[in-house]
Design a protein around this ligand. Sequence first.
Ligand code: UD1
Ligand code: CA
Length: 457
Amino acid sequence: MADLLSIILAAGKGTRMKSDKIKVLHPVAGKAIIKHVLNTLDGLNSKIVNVIGHQKEEVQSELEDLNKWDLNYVIQSEQLGTGHAVKQAESFFADYEGPVLILYGDTPLLRKETIAEFVKEHKQSNSDLTVMTAIFDDPEGYGRIVKNEAGNLTAIVEEKDADSETKQISEINSGVNCIDSALLRDFMANMNNNNAQQEYYLTDIIEFAVTRNKKINTYTVEDSDEIIGINTRKQQAEAEKILRGRIADKHLANGVTIIDPDTTYIDAEVEIAKDVTIYPFNYLEGKTKIAQNTTINPNCKLKDAVIGENVEILSNTIIKESKVGAGTNVGPFAYLRPGSTVEANCKIGDFVELKKTTVKNGAKVPHLCYAGDAEIGERTNIGAGTIFANYDGENKFKTEIGSDVFIGSDSILIAPLKIGDRAKTAAGSVVTKDINSGDTVMGVPARIYNPKSKQEN
Ligand code: UD1
Ligand code: CA
């Protein structure tokens, strides 16, 4: 049984982003804004209800890997305000007694520790309503926290409804609330849209709670950055910078050397082991993992890459959805396209492109090569300028090369093709037929080269 009900509001379009994509699906540090919000609930044992509307299928598929949680969806087909959005989830709190945590789907900088402490504080203080607030130097755009002389919260006034005196208030509403289910039910039956935007504001619950003599509390976060809400691209960029800083700090604390954190862009879900060195201008994206003692030289982009120990990635290398084994060198200017695996102690040199290709232990592709849909055996050497011709204009075909093979410079290997162990091709061969183990071929098209039989003829 869950001991909390959480409602995430994410139905809005986010008009101020000026995008075809809804706001909460935009990324911050490589992860959708809404996913950052949901991740703050990790470990809370909460039933979760997402209120969705615009691009609802896309939101659901973005959150697919959280389906292991008690994740539920309700649809708000018309966005009539934050209070109206909460109402769509009413069936979930109709019979539930306890605190309801409400979060807005556009606040990606919240920390899960803060949310946990906020919920704890709400429970321990026996409040009916707790509002998370922050003090902002520039509060423009946010709902203002209005307090009475005793310092108790009496109302939240939206920017658009605020007079000039209220606009001076620097304490703002974060959008994070914990509300007793009975009070929330009561408010749902009584809310109205008498305001500048003609919306049903959730924030009106404060004044409502005051009239019912409910216990109201505020919880002010220390780090006001945490509650930056994303409404515009500018705020998205600000959030990005703050989050990247936090991510770099985490890796530095874990023993990673980042030469210049300001020019190193690491996504939220990247894992890096200790004694890894990362030079400037690198982008480490998606679910990239980097093992101990590896060095990433300047200007590389790694996306969903799994890199082993003691690897050296030289400058200007791009690796996507591929694996690199321990002790291997890659680059400079290498391009590992999705589905490639380079095993241990290999060398993938400059201007080498691999696509859906496996390079086995100790093999070398040192320079200037395209290999697609191929398997390259252990200790095999692929000479400079070799092209794996895998595509006949209609279909793609495989090339399988055995162990200890020597492919001479400038060979063209026309797939489908199998080359046996210890075989050799001479420089400039155009290989159109399979080669048996131990054979040497040369020429165009390549034929078996056998010096002895030549003498006899
Ligand atoms: C809201 C608060 C404001 C607070 C600020 C914090 C209200 C009325 N205002 O303003 O006090 O300072 O957040 O960031 O609550 N949404 C829906 N359905 C709707 C309307 C909104 O799902 O009908 C969702 C949006 O997708 C968004 C979230 O609720 O994720 C907040 O809505 P938004 O329009 O961004 O509210 P703000 O104007 O920022
Ligand atoms: Ca907002």
